[in-house]
Design a protein around this ligand. Structure first.
Ligand code: ATP
Length: 238
């Protein structure tokens, strides 16, 4: 079996006195595309924020490559190969597209390779190439999502963490984003995808975890979950 890259065990996260994540376990192995699905308010984003050091842990541990990354900041994680695309994108609105992509490569100094990777990102997202000198803040939600993904790819991540990449996007843009996630995964990047769009996420994932009210209620092969009547009834609107 492939190496465990990300291992979350007994994770608890609280807002004040309220526990939003109540002891969650899951793992992501090298080469996998793992999705965490669940309805609104289940605790998915909270889990992602704990992994990337944006929220403190109230219990448990998060390990990357066998070592605890509790409390590590985003910068440190990116250096170790763990890049995140946050919910709401988080692009630098007053910078151009090109500048945003350059920021994604800030941990690198291989100038020629950076230029080549930027060209690759422009190949995946031709819209970004067309608008390379435009300020990111003036772009549509879908374009900003593309940019946030492109920026994360510029760090050459080993693991890509995506928080609800399809949120608020038009159906065409959602198609594009899922296509790109599948493509990036196909190129060998391990992906951990938090999604509310369970149907689409299960279609491209290898394995899935379902979260409800701060706990994992189900897990398994994505294909099997897609045909599971309980999953279909609760998350696929049937
Ligand atoms: P969504 O798809 O809506 O983002 P989610 O599964 O990502 O849902 P979270 O955003 O992690 O859910 O929220 C989990 C719980 O924590 C919810 O009950 C939410 O109201 C609560 N919560 C989230 N952010 C805060 C906050 N800053 N302060 C207090 N409670 C919060």
């Amino acid at each position: 079996m492939a190496e465990v890259l990300l291992n979350v065990s007994g994770l608890k996260v609280a807002y004040g006195g309220i526990q939003a994540v109540k002891g969650v376990d899951f793992e992501v192995r090298e080469g996998e595309l793992v999705t965490l699905i669940g309805s609104n308010g289940a605790g998915k984003t909270t889990t992602m924020k704990a992994i990337t050091g944006l929220l403190p842990l109230a219990g448990g541990d998060i390990q990357y490559l066998g070592k605890s990354i509790r409390g590590r900041g985003a910068w440190d994680l990116v250096k170790q190969g763990l890049a995140m695309v946050p919910e709401g994108r988080g692009v630098f609105t007053r910078m151009t597209i090109t500048e945003n992509l350059q920021m994604g490569a800030h941990i690198r100094n291989d100038t020629a390779e950076i230029a080549r990777d930027m060209d690759k990102v422009f190949g995946i997202f031709p819209r970004l190439r067309e608008r390379r000198d435009q300020l990111a803040g003036t772009m549509s939600g879908g374009e900003q999502q593309m940019l946030a993904m492109g920026r994360a790819l510029m760090s050459r991540p080993r693991v890509l963490l995506l928080d609800e990449p399809s949120m608020g996007l038009s159906p065409i843009m959602v198609d594009k984003i899922f296509e790109v996630v599948r493509e990036v995964h196909g190129q060998g990047v391990t992906v951990f995808l938090v999604e509310q769009n369970a149907s689409r996420a299960l279609q491209i994932a290898d394995r899935a975890y379902v979260m409800e009210s701060g706990v994992i209620t189900m897990s398994g092969e994505a294909k099997q979950m897609l045909s599971d009547p309980k999953v279909r009834a609760a998350y696929l609107g049937e």
